[in-house]
Design a protein around this ligand. Sequence first.
Ligand code: CP3
Length: 643
Amino acid sequence: MNAGKFGGLRVVSFESRLAKTLSDLITLHGGVPITAPSLKEVPLENNVAAFDFGRLLLKGDVDMLLLLTGVGTRALLNVLETRHPRETVLEAMKRTKIVPRGPKPVRVLNELGVPFACTVPEPNTWKELLDTLDRHARDLPLERRVVAVQEYGVTNPELIEGLEKRKARVLRVPVYRWALPDDTGPLEAAIGRIMDREVDAALFTTGVQVEHVFRVAKRLNAEEPLREAFGRMVIGSVGPDTTAALKAFGLDADVEPSSPKMGPLVAETAEKALLVLKRKNPRDCSVEVRESVLGLMAAEDALRDGVFMKACRREAVPYTPVWLMRQAGRYMKEYRDIREKVPFLDICKNPDLVAEITVTAQERLGTDAAILFADILLLVEPFGLDLAYLKGDGPSIKRAVRASADVDRLPEPDPADGLAYVFRAVRKTRAALKHGVPLLGFAGAPFTLASYMVQGGSSKDFELTKKFMYGDDGRWKAFLEKIARATVKYLNGQIDAGVQAVQLFDSWAGVLEPSEYAEYALPYSRAVIDGVRAGVPVIHFGTGTAGFLDLFAKAGGQVIGVDHRLPLDEAWRRVGHDKAIQGNLDPLVLCSSENIENHARMILDHAGGRPGHIFNLGHGVLPETPVENAVALVEAVHRLSHR
Ligand code: CP3
């Protein structure tokens, strides 16, 4: 669904019976509805004035009948038909001299087969009508004749006066099928707000509404200011008859929808509202403010409805979205140039550099998502551990966690303090990314992060970690729960700062046996995923998970990230087709320019065009990867998957 184009404009509707429907439509299109019912249906049998006229007409006591409107002519006939046979009424009309004021009553008379004495030239006002009667004075004498005037909605004092001056005995026949509502309070209030410039748009769904609004305005002595106020607003008219009624009151419809129904009326008025307001109020800066709000809403729409986000929700997409883990990194010259001058951790703590590196990588590769340039290990600093990245040796964490006492000493960090620079970087990066490109945040899964905190760096066998894990004094549970709590806050902080989805990296989950994963890792990953703000997709990624992929998927995440050690179709079967899947090209394939396309095709074949596939590598881009190969992969995935 589109965010409403009204963008918070205040929209008055004068509809009565379907007031609720119309007001819901206004809300749906982002407007603030103001409901001012302007009419009530009058049962035909209550139309006393019309019956009195009918009796005289049938007796032959009416000399002339002036028909002012088409709708009124039809309504008059309908009323009379409740008392007299239609034929009798038509015969009586044929015996009477009839003057229709304009083309609409002419059309009705033609349909009924009732002849008329003459027509009135345009613009068909009371003036032309009186002139015409004067010209035909011989055939259509007025003096001492009973002249019935069919009135509809509004009376026409000049006409009545003119007829009386010519000594006619005027019989006013007000035919209503609609009257003002019993309580005109809301309508009066709405008119007041319109004149106070508190309303931006008005929707009319019948001409009667126009007449009634002006009838009430007349009572309030406010016709002119109301007309002026409407002139500054957006006027939506459901169709040509309503537009004609607006014209009769000196107003133009700005929008008349392609089909005369309420849905298109609201949608198309919403679509054009700001443009019209801008044209009518060139110096009103609130229009510009609205415009920028709408711009933001459109950007949100574009983000939500892009291929990557759709794939996270397993919705159909025109082509398979692709991004690469570690897409910003040492394999990219632009990154190495910066890295030569600035240490890695300093880059992470500099929001401008983070934004630059993140955006450069996304634009250079043309991926469907950007991943924030940061690191899973940043979270260890707020835990009070010293983090360093040593050239060639990878990360190093001093004061590693080795004993129960170490766990007890760990604080409950608040990422809003220790990692505020990450949130600033998210804001910078979000603002710098192209329209519609989603930004991914991320964190390490508790098990992977814990293993770094225990080992003090990278490891092959994770011996210390496993020893720590097997300890039966509850320290592992306390440790991982602490990490999980901090990670939830960290991810939600990234979301609040502007990321569209998050990935949880469990890079080392594969060193565990299935039963170990279930006991020592899964509960904490689940706690993190469950704690992520609702509605934000979580990509749950792990490597070496083939032995317990079903368990891994059960820990949570709308999208499961898989490595290249299992064909994607098999992986998806194990994950369950009710989840989206991300993966899974062997990163090594990108080190050579050959076969990239074949490998990409094979993975797309495994995905079988099923909605919910996000193309990625099985693990991060390797530092020796030529950038052109990564670019070629993204292009190939888009081309080969185009539906
Ligand atoms: O482009 C991106 O994917 C975003 C940035 C990102 C980095 N690290 C930047 C980085 C991401 C998502 C990570 C995640 C990360 N960090 C993981 C999980 C993903 C995986 O690969 O399994 C892990 C295990 C880490 C920990 C880490 N950070 C290690 C082991 C190392 C050293 C080895 C290596 O891969 O470079 C780092 C440093 C690091 N993180 C670098 C970058 C660009 C290299 C720093 C440098 O320039 O010297």
